[in-house]
Design a protein around this ligand. Structure first.
Ligand code: HPA
Length: 269
């Protein structure tokens, strides 16, 4: 049997053919979003062809729930390139979500700010990205039933959808910045010179995820939304040393604002 179909069959069996409208990927420190919700949890370890996440602050399960009458599937913890996974493994769940019926993908992450006016605990709507990894998740034989060989990437995070989200945020009194996300492979943080360069290249925030998933989501024809939680000033913008604990900590502190924004998006979509 086809690999994707084996995964789908397992999920369908465990969830009673749950058909999500929206898929949500939770980034570092943002895993608390599901804590007061009831739903079905499937650990990645148990799902055929899924890989487990190894990062502190990432849980490693799919969670199926209904929120504001919308069916959503949540990735509690994502995979990262720096863990040693292939980009095809990292983006495999996105293909599964599409096949399950999800039309919209909300990607969230923790990121470092490349500019002084985007402060730790700010939320940033991603308007475009720069793939600074030198890698692409679509390298390899193309499955023409999923998408084109040379997919256009000129409008991943569509203006229409961003305008809607900015309106929802405004109505809820959530301050939402907007900017360009730069992805590096990590796991080392950037040097001050790299941070200067990313700013000159047009970046506003830098992180180690999201771009592979966004490329595949756009390739599959899904509506793609990206939200960064600014957890720190990137290297050299502030004199402080960077630590993953700080990133996770700011995620916890900002959880309420983040939850409010995600809730209003899901409610209004
Ligand atoms: N750089 C890269 N990734 C990050 C950062 C950073 O400063 N903060 C959170 N994720």
């Amino acid at each position: 049997m086809d690999k994707l179909q084996a995964t789908i069959n397992y999920i369908n069996e465990k969830t009673g053919n749950f058909k999500p409208d929206i898929a949500l990927v939770l980034g570092s420190g943002l895993g608390g979003f599901t804590k007061d919700l009831n739903g079905i949890t499937l650990p990645y370890n148990d799902i055929p062809n899924f890989r487990a996440s190894t990062v502190k602050g990432h849980k490693g399960a799919l969670f199926f729930t209904t929120l504001f009458n919308k069916k959503i599937v949540v990735m509690q913890g994502r995979l990262h390139f720096y863990e040693g996974y292939e980009l095809t493994d990292i983006t495999y769940p996105i293909k599964v979500f599409k096949k399950l019926g999800a039309k919209t993908l909300i990607l969230t992450n923790a990121a470092g700010s490349l500019r002084e006016d985007f402060k730790p605990s700010d939320l940033m709507l991603i308007k475009d990205h720069i793939n600074f990894t030198g890698k692409n998740p679509l390298i390899g034989k193309n499955d023409d039933t999923l998408g084109e060989r040379f997919p256009d990437m000129s409008n991943i995070y569509t203006e229409a959808l961003r305008d809607q989200i900015k309106e929802y945020a405004k109505n809820e009194g959530v301050d939402l910045k907007e900017g360009v996300y730069v992805m590096t492979t990590g796991p080392s943080y950037e040097t001050p010179s790299e941070v200067k360069m990313f700013g000159k290249l047009g970046g506003d925030a830098v992180g180690m995820s999201t771009v592979p998933e966004a490329i595949v989501s756009n390739y599959l024809g899904m509506n793609t939304i990206g939200i960064s939680l600014i957890t720190n000033y990137a290297s050299g913008i502030s004199k402080n040393k960077l630590s993953h604990d700080e990133v996770v900590e700011v995620g916890h502190i900002t959880a309420q604002k983040f939850t409010k924004l995600i809730n209003t998006i899901i409610n209004n979509l």
